[in-house]
Design a protein around this ligand. Sequence first.
Ligand SMILES: Nc1ncnc2c1ncn2[C@@H]1O[C@H](COP(=O)(O)OP(=O)(O)OP(=O)(O)O)[C@@H](O)[C@H]1O
Ligand SMILES: [Mg+2]
Length: 278
Amino acid sequence: MSVTAMQTKTMMQTKAAVLLEFNGASKRYVNVENQCVDALLPVTAKLHNGEFASLLGPSGCGKTTLLKMAAGLLEPSSGNITLADGQPVKPGSYGFVFQSAALLPWRTAFDNVMLPATVLGLPKSSSKRRALELLEMVGLSHALHKRPHELSGGMQQRVSIARALLHDPALLFMDEPFGALDAMTREELNLELQRIHLNYAKSVLFVTHDIEEAVLLSDRILVMSSGPGRLVKEIQVQLERPRSLAVKRDPEFYRIVQEVRDLLHRPVTIVNRPTPNS
Ligand SMILES: Nc1ncnc2c1ncn2[C@@H]1O[C@H](COP(=O)(O)OP(=O)(O)OP(=O)(O)O)[C@@H](O)[C@H]1O
Ligand SMILES: [Mg+2]
């Protein structure tokens, strides 16, 4: 797989345009003791067209919270997250891949991929064609009629990626989609995802704990820290694409990994003290 110079150029041009804007978006939850907890301090950032951006940080720093707010699944406590035209992201205009494949156990792989067609009321015959193409693209043509329990974890995650792409969204939200997979399957799916991102010009907001995964896949990494959750730094990754696993031996790859690691291990200076809910 390779990307033509023209495709690369087009992507670089479109990357300049802002797709999504985080304008001081924060989240304060009320816990079971009726105390307010700042899960996420105000985040101001941008996702550009055709960009692959990762949210990277320790458990509990607010990655899922930020991703769900971006997708309009959760209301920010302050600020907002909008498209370039100032409007929030509309349901059905993006694909969402969850940490676990979250497939319906009674549906076959094919019928799971078809789910958005039912929910969004898309035309049946073209959706069926696309579902078959997508399952072929993720290497599952032989497993169309298998149910989730007959599929390995990696195969289930491939089905969920195909499902997220059925309605051809320009934007993909992915919440640690490969967290439960073994290292080899994870690397295979990393390369698969890069291929989808490049060949279909998808913009991706991707959540991960894994520093190397973030550097391998991203154009930009939003490094977060906890206590309370906040955006610490944005790091550009300008390694040439498409990237193979050999990029991990590149000194620049190693340098970025170290930079991110140092940021993540910096001592936390802010204490997340719950306050009574008034
Ligand atoms: N519905 C909720 N009510 C109260 N607190 C919540 C709720 N959801 C999340 N939190 C808290 O908000 C903080 C951020 O949670 P979030 O799930 O966004 O973290 P995360 O970075 O995605 O963690 P992980 O990497 O473990 O998935 C955590 O302290 C969590 O306990
Ligand atoms: Mg999470």
